[in-house]
Design a protein around this ligand. Structure first.
Ligand SMILES: C[S@@+](CC[C@H](N)C(=O)[O-])C[C@H]1O[C@@H](n2cnc3c(N)ncnc32)[C@H](O)[C@@H]1O
Length: 238
């Protein structure tokens, strides 16, 4: 019996299907318009799933890492991308998933966390993640919290998912997801473990408390125009 989000995402059905690759391709196209990736850079993708985003960016970077609480996702990513020499995957301890500073990564230029924060428990966890991310970045390093549910309205979000499917070319992959039956399980877990929605002001306050600089990326990065994307400049050692 699946009890929480970590268990849900550790199931084969949660990460299977074409949708995730299509979603990652869309995100990578968009984020390349916002951030400069070069061959001296390094990236950690937290909640990387099967590693599609990290793998797509690996050729542009010196070193690329993915981490996830899903042992299944990490196992699959390691298998599929075994021949990419600068791409590494790490299993995040589900009992300590905010302790990203325990990972064998340092001096990062980019930390991504895409469609993951909604599975955190509260804004305090977001603050802890920011604090720990500061310990593993290089000067000028940034943390991107993408696909946030900020000032959330369910009906707008559903419209965003459908419209975004058309815009991002993932519409049919999304439909296939809906009819796959996995949404029944998602809905049950969600009713027992509500997704984390944030207010803009509280994220701003947390970023200020952590001595970081926050700006929102306005373009649609994840296929849902009603989701928000926070780019947080981390000032290591502060
Ligand atoms: C919606 S999927 C997004 C996957 C990937 N980031 C993407 O955008 O394609 C959510 C991912 O977050 C992971 N996840 C859920 N809760 C997490 C947590 N507390 N810490 C780290 N990863 C988590 C899941 O295992 C899953 O791989």
């Amino acid at each position: 019996m699946v009890k929480n989000w970590v268990e849900y995402w550790n199931r084969e059905e949660a990460m299977s299907g074409d949708f995730w690759q299509a979603q990652a391709d869309f995100f990578v196209r968009r984020i390349r318009r916002e951030l400069d990736f070069d061959s001296s850079g390094s990236l950690l993708d937290i909640g990387c799933g099967r590693g599609h985003v990290a793998a797509a960016l690996a050729p542009l970077l010196r070193e690329t890492h993915g981490a996830d609480t899903s042992a299944l996702g990490i196992e699959e990513a390691r298998k599929v991308y075994a021949d990419v020499p600068n791409l590494f995957f790490h299993h995040l301890d589900p009992a300590a998933y905010l302790e990203v500073d325990r990972l064998p990564v340092r001096g990062l230029n980019f930390i991504f966390c895409i469609s993951v924060v909604q599975y955190y428990k509260n804004i305090g966890e977001v603050q802890k993640l920011i604090g720990n991310a500061k310990k593993i970045v290089a000067p000028g390093g940034v943390l991107l919290l993408a696909d946030l549910l900020i000032d959330y309205k369910l009906c707008l979000d559903i419209a965003g998912v459908l419209l975004g499917g058309l815009e991002s070319g993932t519409f049919f992959a999304k439909l296939a997801e809906v009819f796959s039956g996995k949404h029944n399980l998602y809905a049950r877990i969600r009713s027992e473990n509500p997704v984390l929605t944030l207010r803009r002001g509280e994220l701003e306050a947390v970023c200020a408390a952590e001595n970081t600089r926050l700006r929102f990326i306005r373009q649609n990065l994840t296929g849902n125009r009603f989701r928000a994307h926070a780019l947080i400049e981390l000032l290591p050692g502060t």
